[in-house]
Design a protein around this ligand. Structure first.
Ligand SMILES: *[C@@H]1O[C@H](CO)[C@@H](O)[C@H](O)[C@H]1NC(C)=O
Ligand SMILES: *[C@@H]1O[C@H](CO)[C@@H](O)[C@H](O)[C@H]1NC(C)=O
Length: 402
């Protein structure tokens, strides 16, 4: 009887030890050595480092003599705190019965990872980057694993879908930044970005589907310059360059929009220039103007860039008749000027300025055309008289800069 009893108890002890060792030894949390982690309000299990699993130990708070948990707890080398709170953070000491072995554990409380907030952006048509931020502060050391797959795309035969490929790592650039970059992306492909927040209490993944052509947002144009046009008190010439981040390729052009206003007026006027230059023809004479430009993929992929830095310019104040001395010389001078463009000041006042037609809205254009019609007899006659002295062409049309 007694032998069978002792046999059973020996079996149970062996089983208990086996179970403890199976679940045993301190889990290797990453982060600073000697620190273990738990969550406020939850039960936390601390593990005595430096002893083999199942070794009976006593637990103390550092600097206190009060026994927290004795060797008879049945928990072996572990200490269980039923409901951890902030007061439980700090250093714990564990010691074997003979005091020969033991260790020190630092308990830190925090929260498991939450799914990070991820967004992706592209300033050119080959590379895009994704940035993220925690959706909740965990208070614990945290790292992010970043990867991407190319999603299913129509197969070569147009019918079958080829399987998604990857995952490939999305390298974090610079290391440790909350940003990773996908280089050499295909403009029309769909990508699935995986940003996984990891901390000692777990991992949480956010997946985001992106395509380059929908997130494309060029950087603003650079080098914006505004110049007056001598002799034209209502004109300003603006020019700019592609953003440096946008390598120019025949298949990937940018289009632009330009805004301008006298600096003391709040409302912008806007035009969509065709190239890298625009002549504003309805500036307010004598006032400084602010000008800014933004860019977008020529085929409307993605969105408009931010506005460039503003550049300022004031239309030229000098008018040609004042600049030229009275006498025979002005004829030559005006002739030359007319080759280039129509000067604003010597134009007969009855005739509306045709130049701004280019960028006026249609209603306004109709109004201008109607008034042109009314003036066509009286105005042109008077204009021809006034102009007859020096010009066969009463009004220069906008063949340039349109
Ligand atoms: C994409 O990134 C690579 C490496 O940084 C760079 O060489 C390449 O010019 C970029 N592509 C475009 C279109 O900007
Ligand atoms: C996302 O990345 C994590 C970490 O690399 C990985 O464990 C997980 O399986 C990935 N999830 C998906 C859906 O790809």
């Amino acid at each position: 009887m007694s032998s069978s009893c002792s046999g059973l108890s020996r079996f149970l002890v062996a089983l208990a030890i086996a179970l403890v060792s199976a679940s045993s030894s301190c889990p290797q949390a990453w982060g600073p050595p000697g620190v273990q982690y738990g969550q406020p309000g939850r039960s936390v299990t601390l593990c005595c480092p430096g002893v083999t699993a199942g070794t009976l130990v006593s637990w103390f708070r550092d600097g206190e003599t009060r026994l927290l948990q004795g060797p008879d707890s049945g928990l072996g080398h572990e200490l269980v705190l039923a409901r951890a709170d902030n007061a439980d953070e700090g250093t714990y000491i564990c010691r074997t019965l003979d005091g020969a072995l033991g260790g020190m554990v630092n308990l830190k409380l925090g929260y498991p990872p939450s799914r990070p907030v991820v967004s992706c952006q592209a300033a050119d048509y080959e590379n895009f980057s994704c940035t993220w931020s925690p959706s909740q502060v965990s208070g614990l050391p945290t790292r992010y694993l970043t990867s991407y797959r190319k999603k299913t795309v129509p197969g070569a035969d147009g019918q079958r879908m080829s399987p998604s490929t990857g995952p490939w790592p999305c390298p974090q650039e610079p290391p440790g930044a909350s940003r990773c970059v996908v280089h050499g992306a295909e403009f029309w492909s769909q990508y699935r970005i995986n940003v996984t927040e990891v901390n000692p209490l777990g991992a949480s993944t956010r997946l985001l589907d992106v395509s380059l052509q929908s997130i494309l947002r060029p950087d603003p144009p650079q080098g914006l310059q505004v110049e007056s046009v001598p002799g034209y008190p209502r004109r300003l010439r603006a020019s700019w360059m592609y953003p440096a981040s946008w390598p120019r390729q025949p298949h990937f052009l940018l289009k632009f929009r330009l805004q301008y206003r006298p600096v003391q007026h709040p409302a912008w006027s806007m035009v969509e220039p065709a190239g890298l230059e625009e002549v504003i023809t309805d500036a307010v004479a004598g006032l400084p103007h602010a000008v800014r430009v933004s860019a977008r993929d020529f085929l409307d992929a993605g969105t408009w860039s931010a506005w460039s830095l503003e550049a300022w310019g004031t239309p030229s104040t000098g008018s040609l008749p004042k600049e030229t001395p009275a006498g025979g010389q002005p004829h030559m001078h005006l002739e030359e000027e007319l080759q280039a463009d129509s000067p604003a000041s010597p134009r007969p006042s009855l005739l509306p300025d045709l130049q701004p037609l280019v960028h006026r809205d249609p209603l306004e254009q109709v109004a201008v055309l109607a008034s042109l019609g009314i003036f066509s007899f009286l105005g042109l006659a008077a204009g021809a008289l006034a102009l007859g002295l020096w010009s066969p062409k009463p009004v220069e049309t906008q063949e340039d800069f349109s």
